[in-house]
Design a protein around this ligand. Sequence first.
Ligand SMILES: [Zn+2]
Length: 259
Amino acid sequence: MNMTPTSARDALADAVLSFQLSGDAIQQRVRQIHHTVLTHSRYIRAANYTVIHPEDLEMLFAAYDEGFFAGLCRRALDGRKLRFRLSPRMTKAGGATARFVTAAGETFYEITVASSMLFEGFGTMDRRITVCGLECENRLEALQRIFEHEMVHFVEQLCWQSSNCAAPRFQDIARRHFLHRAPTHKLITRCERAAESGIRVGSRVTFLFEGRQFTGRVNRLTKRATVLVEDPEGERFSDGHRYRKYYVPIVHLQPAVVA
Ligand SMILES: [Zn+2]
């Protein structure tokens, strides 16, 4: 089939807006993709994988494009680049899809998946995890839900140059293609993991810095905690006291024993 870039994009938009498939058939295609990844990935060896590579996202893209979009995503890209990235630093969103224009006027797309958040979940003692409103049994299922969500962002950007997962069009596409019920996830975030260890915003903690032990209060939690330690030389805060800020990896913090 010969298609100009514009006709491929129009064909994709038409296909996406008219897509109808039964819930059973959708689940079967999604399971087939799960199986394909487990069989063909050079990195993912188990549903609760311990290694993943951007190549796996490329494999997912090809499988979803064929399985749900008749290969029209690749055609509508028309030679523009699509890059895949794993981010260990994203601590809230499960993924992101972005469109870039270079100084030379070249457009490319990038799909990012928050890899570390997937690694934080699915321990034997962990609570249930839902992504896009669907319960996930294992890491690969959660990865698929995140990837499906990003696929919808990508398709919307290709067809309509903008995408918003809080808007009705996005949610309708996500529901008809992938049975998604919500544009959000309940993965275990670093904040929750830290809270589990007893450390949360406001906790008194101790840590070692250049061989000295400090005690302070957690002010912010991301990949690292921001700990405020009282210090006459420090910055004045709204409570009238002076504090110096330390950025400490959460694993290096100990809850302080209240005297
Ligand atoms: Zn989104």
